[in-house]
Design a protein. Structure first.
Length: 537
């Protein structure tokens, strides 16, 4: 008798666009997508919080934005030029609403390929794609969260790109490793995204491993216990000074560039480095005097992170990681700024893309765990991809035995013996379970099962309009109408942190988790499906 042995699929390293794009908040390493038929290229950022593909629609570039707008926004996607586009409708984007981001998306299904043609990247049909116009998200993104999307009803979840790759046996597990890249390192070190594993050449051995937070929209939460800075430049070399010494839960999210911190902490930064807060843009700007102070001091910033057991990890960032340039659509002319944002409540505490210039994140959705490590900066990088296997060592989307290569391979006899022994144990386990669990249960009465459940411009801000709901056509008019808000009904008592939403009386926002459902497990709480924009109840 022979058994079929199939190699575990290798992790995928996703190609960057080899460009650095400006989203108004700095220069960032972008990745390339090809969408539709014929394929239309788009340069996008990576969103660790999103599960969708967003690209800029033509409505995002009105004439007032100039002839180069499409290129500045990562290129446009024109859905009616794709023969494989299947429209879903116009929906609210419902991402970062707790941070007061907003906008609509013209949703549909279409072919999506990762990387330039010929790069070997994957191509999948009928993926969720949203055309956007809002300036809150200046550049589109590729979402790497595996949750399905729901439109109007929870009964028809639309699979994410990451989950589809796994179910098609194209990656070994539902996991990824990511760092944003750094324009200030060497001759610009691009970002790194590995699906189904991670790249060991990009981070050091020390790491902090944590369980996912139970809210499926905010899984990557870690305690930040302190922030210090140490002058390193010239005569300014000195000991560390404290900017924050308190424990707060921080959500790691590459979608946004900023660090959202309590205002008292922002005040410490403002005082220490003579930053100036601009009320219009809500940015901490760096004027000429502050620039000289910071350049001479050249401080390094150390963030101490902790898990619930008291284990800690420090991530150190140079001043250059925070010496960013703001531009349109945030401000009218280029302005040096520090990527701090004042958080008005603890649901806004966020470590954004600026932090991920120096931190590497690995997320394993089948074990519900993630890890954080300090990035390494060798003179040259030799990519070394490592696969993350699912917990049982098998890809559940196939029925064949799988193997993978490790540093030390087990003898063939040991493998065969292990397989036979495992089969015997399973048979015994099933027989015992039948005698002592299943049969007695048949004698009991059956009971029902319980299921647990700020743009400163002279032109109007572009947006996708819903004046014609039947066809969901796009216009450049401002959306007229309010969204809706469904609070999270309940969260398991095992939560690491209690996140209190104190913003309900201040802003009309949607819960970032209300439209998602738990992947391959019992939902933690019930969530509503998103509604069509302009849909009347």
């Amino acid at each position: 008798m022979t058994s079929t042995v199939q190699s575990v699929p290798a992790p995928m390293s996703i190609s960057t666009s080899q460009a650095w794009d400006d989203d108004g908040a700095g220069s960032w390493s972008t990745f390339i997508l090809e969408i539709g038929t014929p394929a239309q290229p788009a340069r996008v950022l990576i969103s660790t919080a999103s599960n969708e593909v967003w690209v800029v629609a033509p409505e995002g570039c009105p004439s007032a934005y100039g002839s180069d707008c499409a290129n500045q926004r990562g290129l446009e996607f024109t859905s009616n030029k794709s023969s494989t586009w299947s429209s879903i409708g116009l929906f609210e984007l419902n991402l970062e609403t707790n941070l007061n981001y907003s906008g609509n998306g013209d949703y549909g299904h279409d072919n999506v390929s990762l990387g330039y043609p010929g790069s070997g990247g994957p191509s999948l049909p009928s993926m969720n794609v949203a055309g956007i116009a809002t300036t809150d998200f200046w550049i589109g993104h590729f979402g790497i969260d595996p949750e399905p999307s729901n439109f109007t009803t929870l009964n028809d979840p639309q699979p994410s790109y990451l989950d589809t790759l796994y179910k098609k046996s194209m990656i070994p597990s539902i996991s990824w490793g990511y760092t944003a890249g750094a324009s200030y390192r060497y001759n610009k070190v691009p970002g790194s995204l590995t699906l189904g594993g991670y790249d060991t050449s990009r981070f050091g051995q020390s790491n902090l491993t944590l369980d996912f937070y139970p809210d499926v929209a905010r899984r990557l939460i870690v305690d930040l216990t302190s922030i210090t800075y140490t002058p390193t430049g010239g005569l300014s070399v000195g000991s560390a000074s404290t900017l924050m010494l308190q424990t707060i839960p921080m959500f790691i999210d590459s979608t946004v560039p900023y660090l959202y911190l309590p205002q008292v902490v922002c005040d410490q930064f403002e005082s220490a480095f003579q930053l100036q807060y601009d009320d219009m843009s809500e940015l901490y700007t760096i004027n000429g005097t502050a620039q000289k102070i910071l350049t001479t001091m050249n401080p390094s910033f150390t963030f101490t992170l902790a898990d619930t057991t008291g284990q800690t990890l420090t991530i150190t960032l140079p001043f250059l990681a925070f010496n960013l340039t703001a531009s349109f659509p945030l401000v009218q002319s280029e302005t040096n700024y520090f990527p701090l944002k004042r958080a008005t409540n603890n649901t806004q505490y966020t470590l954004g893309r600026a932090f991920l210039q120096e931190a590497y994140i690995i997320a394993d959705y089948q074990r519900s765990r993630f890890s954080i490590s300090q990035c390494l900066w060798p003179a040259s990088f030799t990519e070394n991809l490592v696969a993350i296997l699912p917990p049982d060592g098998l890809n559940s989307s196939t029925n064949t035995t799988t193997t993978t290569t490790a540093n030390k391979s087990a003898p063939t006899g040991a493998i065969v013996g292990g397989v036979i022994g495992g089969v015997v144990v399973i048979i015994i386990f099933i027989f015992v379970g039948y005698l002592f669990v299943y049969k007695p249960a048949q004698r009991r009465k059956k009971s029902p099962s319980t299921l647990e459940g700020a743009t400163d411009t002279t032109e109007p801000k572009p947006e996708l309009d819903a004046t014609n709901q039947d066809t969901a056509k796009l216009t450049s008019n401002e959306l007229d109408g309010d969204g809706f808000y469904s609070p999270v009904s309940h969260i398991q008592e095992t939560c690491t942190h209690q996140l209190e939403d104190t913003s309900r009386g201040e802003h009309k926002i949607e819960s970032p988790g209300e439209f998602r459902s738990e992947l391959n497990s019992t939902p933690i709480y019930e969530m509503a499906a998103r509604e069509l924009v302009g849909n009347e109840s």
